[in-house]
Design a protein around this ligand. Structure first.
Ligand code: NAD
Length: 252
């Protein structure tokens, strides 16, 4: 069992009841961490906090819009005032949209990049100071198989581009922050059993499953398990890495 007792872990986008973020938060809580449930959806935050409390975990909910610097800075200040530390940041909040490049507008691209890349940048930048002062930190960002092989499941070229940008950002950041005891890594999930999967028409779902050697979508717990490892003290010599979690649907 990986040990997170006494650590404070932020999980952005963890207010989605059926989403990956909630499972990530619950998994950290199960390992002893205090988890910060950071989301734009206030009702969702309360729901996740109640769930984690009901399983005996420690959770603190904070509404945040990761696309706004002031909102992100407020979140970090509130956490530092309350706990005095931020050990782990999980950049999980993300948005998608199914649209062709022909039909895409500039506003569509901006909206997707605003959350998936620029919001991720704001959250990452905001935790660097406390992590550098502590000489310790772990950052794990949700990219996607879409960022590596160019979609094919859900979402458009703007989503793939934003998730590819996350990979480059994380690797460059790894070079900057390695001297301070901070690591930064990505995970690239394939199709995961969330609302997106449930929303696919059967014909499309069957086609996707045909391309997965394991013959099934992944579970949110399977994504959380890899993330918790990358965020642990034990993963001390891994940085700038990306882990595929896709049942074999894409390998490189
Ligand atoms: P989800 O839609 O269930 O949850 C995303 C959460 O992000 C929501 O709670 C939403 O309120 C929050 N959010 C959106 N904009 C925000 C903002 N501006 N500020 C704060 N919070 C905001 O998503 P999910 O399916 O659980 O995916 C989680 C992450 O994993 C995303 O980054 C997604 O791109 C990535 N991913 C998902 C899959 C999949 O199959 N579900 C596959 C690969 C990668």
């Amino acid at each position: 069992m990986l040990e997170f007792e006494g650590q404070v872990v932020i999980v952005t986008g963890s207010g989605s009841p059926k989403g990956i973020g909630r499972t990530i938060a619950a998994t950290f809580a199960g390992q002893g961490a205090t988890v910060v449930i950071a989301d734009i959806n206030e009702a969702g935050i309360q729901d996740t906090v109640d769930y984690i409390t009901s399983i005996g975990g420690k959770a603190f909910g904070i509404p945040v819009n990761i696309t706004e610097k002031a909102s992100v800075d407020n979140m970090v200040s509130a956490i530092m005032d309350k706990y005095g530390r931020i050990d782990v940041l999980i950049n999980n909040a993300g948005v998608s949209q199914k649209v062709t490049v022909e039909d895409m507008t500039l506003e569509d691209i901006k909206r997707i990049f605003n959350v998936n890349m620029f919001g991720l940048f704001l959250c990452t930048q905001a935790v660097l100071e406390p992590m550098k002062k502590a000489g310790y930190g772990r950052i794990v960002s949700l990219s996607s198989v879409s960022g590596k092989r160019g979609g094919g499941i859900f979402g458009g070229a703007h989503y793939s581009a934003s998730k590819a940008a996350v990979l480059g950002f994380s690797k460059n950041l790894a070079r900057e922050i390695s001297p301070y005891g901070i690591t930064t890594n990505c995970v690239c999930p394939g199709l995961i059993n969330t609302e997106i999967w449930k929303s696919l028409p059967k014909e499309d779902a069957d086609k996707v499953i045909d391309g997965i050697p394991m013959g099934r979508p992944g579970e949110t717990q399977e994504v959380a398990n890899a993330i918790v490892f990358l965020a642990s003290r034990e993963a001390s010599y891994i940085t700038g890495e990306e882990i595929d979690i896709n049942g074999g649907s894409h390998m490189d």
